[in-house]
Design a protein around this ligand. Sequence first.
Ligand code: 3PG
Length: 216
Amino acid sequence: MTHTASAYIRQLAGLAPIIPVLVVDHVEHAEPLARALVAGGLPVLEVTLRTECALEVITAMCRVEGAYVGAGTLVTPDDVSAAVAAGATFGVSPGAPDALIGACAQAGLPFLPGAATATEAMRLHAMGFDILKFFPAEGAGGITTLKGFGGPLPDISFCPTGGVSPQNAQDYLSLPNVVCAGGSWIAPADMVAAQKWDEIEARARAATKLRSHAIV
Ligand code: 3PG
């Protein structure tokens, strides 16, 4: 049921090595932030549904040419319908409850579900998902765990998120089962609040030099 969704996520993963995870408190920051990230070479944006204006932020970012805007922190089916109505073209969740998977399938929203264990990954793979968010990456064992998945589960790829940093991002991306990674360091909330667009663009540009070794 979800092979098409995974294909779209795979396509996004091929556009940039890093997906900035964004927490935006003011809707007027949405467009300049998205412009800075696209200009810096990171066009795939995850807007977390953790602020009051997050849905408006998604809608505003969708107006920025070249941006691929998704909704993160999807928890309930209502989050899915709200994200789709706002214009999100993909969804990300820290986990993968059945109700959320069903809501994404029904809405036709390409979904990057979260998994932290082999059983969770195997269950999602059996449902048709072949790219998963590995969350919380560092908390769940980081590179060691992903290396461990690679032997018995070679057909499952991951987007580690949670504790990925400029210091460890390339090590993650050098694993054959890591297609991209997510992280907030490109545009941390305080830097967004301070409207440091040039610095955010520079961080994005630096991140484009990271390389996934996986075949996307
Ligand atoms: C989050 O929950 O905000 C994401 O997993 C990003 O985590 P990070 O701040 O460690 O990059």
